[in-house]
Design a protein around this ligand. Structure first.
Ligand code: ZN
Length: 110
């Protein structure tokens, strides 16, 4: 058994596990029960380990690398879809995650 990677979130570990399974690679999440019982503990432990059989490792690492890359790009795109905007009413710079100005409550994209 070899540790392929460690991820911080349980849903990420499960998604990676499923991606590997689609390619016919059985993976193991030895920290799964710990993480389910205490979601914060996995962060303390430094992540949830995703392990595979040693003879699957070379193929699995390619799948995992691709998987994590796509994940990162998706996250980056999400952030870019929400640029800061300047309130047309009071001129405040408002975080892209807010649709309304925090200062004067003028709506931007609502
Ligand atoms: Zn404003």
């Amino acid at each position: 058994m070899k540790t392929l990677t460690t991820v911080l979130r349980l849903n990420e570990a499960e998604a990676l596990s499923m991606a590997l399974e689609r390619e016919g690679i059985k993976s193991f999440l030895p920290d799964l029960f710990t993480a389910q019982a205490n979601p914060f503990l996995s962060t303390v432990l430094g992540g949830i380990r995703v392990q595979v059989n040693a003879n699957d490792y070379d193929k699995a690492i390619q799948i995992a690398t691709e998987f994590l890359k796509v994940r990162q790009e998706t996250n980056t795109n999400d952030a870019e879809n929400l640029p800061e905007w300047k309130c047309p009413n009071c001129g405040e710079i408002v975080d892209g995650t807010f649709g309304c100005c925090w200062n004067c409550e003028t709506e931007n994209r609502c």
